[in-house]
Write a protein of this length. Structure first.
Length: 369
């Protein structure tokens, strides 16, 4: 009975996500040294799943001079976390609470005449005019750009806005040599803004991939989001991963050859083996699409996930090796000791690392160091 109680006590730990802010700082410093201009640390989606306030403060301490987010709510959270550098929010509905932006000193993007008409009623507001540079997504279309420039100039002369910058996004920055069209579009848009009498001081276009591979796209500011947390979408540079997800073994069982595992018995043991159960699943952010390919690091080596990934649990095949309740499995980490990485999980699931790091569920305990 004593041994059973000990095993249960050891297994009481929960899945845990460790955030290494030292890695965020190191990555930020790398981009600061690389950039031809300034660095905007993009901390949208809760700092890419690493903690909005923690990542923002760390990046600023490491040399970032701007913070970028999508929503106004994120921008307010950045301010309330104690960050006092310029903050830009670039994805807001037409009826966003512009007065809140004014109160917190937040820059707003202007992607359309409709947005400008609302923003100028709450001024004075610092704005970045946003041009669609080839994504057919956010930003003013090229054929509406001249009208937006003229309206922005009138609003600036009336003291309702201050045009701080012009911004765009590159659609194919992960592909070497694919940025020229987007860069020309943005520079043409900047020239049109100047011809309209505007004097934007800040031009920004490049995100992580272009910052790493295309210095000509750096302009005045580079926007670094995924790169802060160790993700390089271009696949050209090794950055420091900032996340480590672990889970305890909660149950161990020995099964015979021919035993079906999990829903649908998609995994059937080829021989007698030992199975270890981990209390983490797709509700915690492990993509179910990785079933049949995923591995975890347990007992000194990688082990296959046996069967489909369930909502709350996965089964791991450890063969004849000894494991016990309470042993720690590394679901993903930096890869330095052989454990799977976020990039491995993205490949197994047929997705990108960004989706893995932003999808970790709220019930996973966070540890920040």
């Amino acid at each position: 009975m004593g041994a059973l109680v000990t095993s249960l006590r050891q297994a009481a730990a929960e899945p845990s996500l460790s955030v290494d802010l030292g890695a965020v700082a190191a990555n930020t410093r790398r981009f600061v040294s690389l950039a031809r201009g300034e660095v905007m640390a993009v901390v949208k989606a809760d700092g890419f799943g690493h903690g909005l306030g923690d990542v923002a403060r760390t990046a600023v301490a490491a040399g970032a001079t701007w913070i970028g987010v999508t929503s106004l709510a994120e921008a307010v959270a950045v301010r309330e976390s104690g960050v006092d550098v310029p903050v830009l929010s670039w994805l807001n509905p037409v009826d966003a609470d512009v007065r809140t932006a004014v109160r917190y000193g937040i820059d707003l993007s202007v992607p359309s005449l409709h947005h400008l008409a609302v923003i100028e009623q709450a001024g004075p507001v610092r704005v970045h005019l946003q041009l669609d540079t080839g994504m057919a997504r956010d930003g003013a279309s090229p054929d509406s750009w001249l009208a937006l420039m003229s309206a922005a100039r009138r609003a600036e002369l009336a003291g309702k806005i201050s045009v701080v910058g012009v911004m765009g996004h590159l659609p194919c920055a992960d592909t070497p040599g694919a940025n020229a069209t987007g860069r020309r579009a943005l520079l043409r848009g900047v020239e049109m803004a100047r011809q309209a009498g505007l004097r934007p001081a800040v031009r920004h276009l490049a995100a992580t991939s272009a910052a790493l591979t295309d210095p000509s796209s750096h302009l005045d500011v580079v926007r670094i989001g995924a790169g802060l947390v160790g993700i390089d979408p271009s696949g050209t540079t090794r950055l420091r991963s900032a996340l480590r997800l672990t889970a305890p073994v909660v149950q161990v069982r020995r099964v015979e050859a021919g035993s079906g595992v999990g829903y649908g018995h998609s995994y059937v043991t080829e021989r007698a083996t030992t199975l270890a159960l981990l209390p983490v699943g797709y509700a915690d952010g492990l993509p179910r699409a990785a079933s049949g390919r995923a591995e975890v690091f347990l007992g000194g080596r990688r082990r296959p996930v046996a069967g489909v990934i369930s909502m709350d649990q996965v089964v791991v095949d450890v063969g004849d090796d000894a494991v016990a309740p309470g042993d720690e499995a590394v679901v993903f980490g930096a890869g330095d000791d052989g454990e799977p990485t976020v990039e491995d999980w993205a490949r197994w699931a047929g997705t990108i690392p960004h989706e893995i790091v932003t999808g970790i569920g709220v019930r996973v305990r966070r540890n920040v160091r």
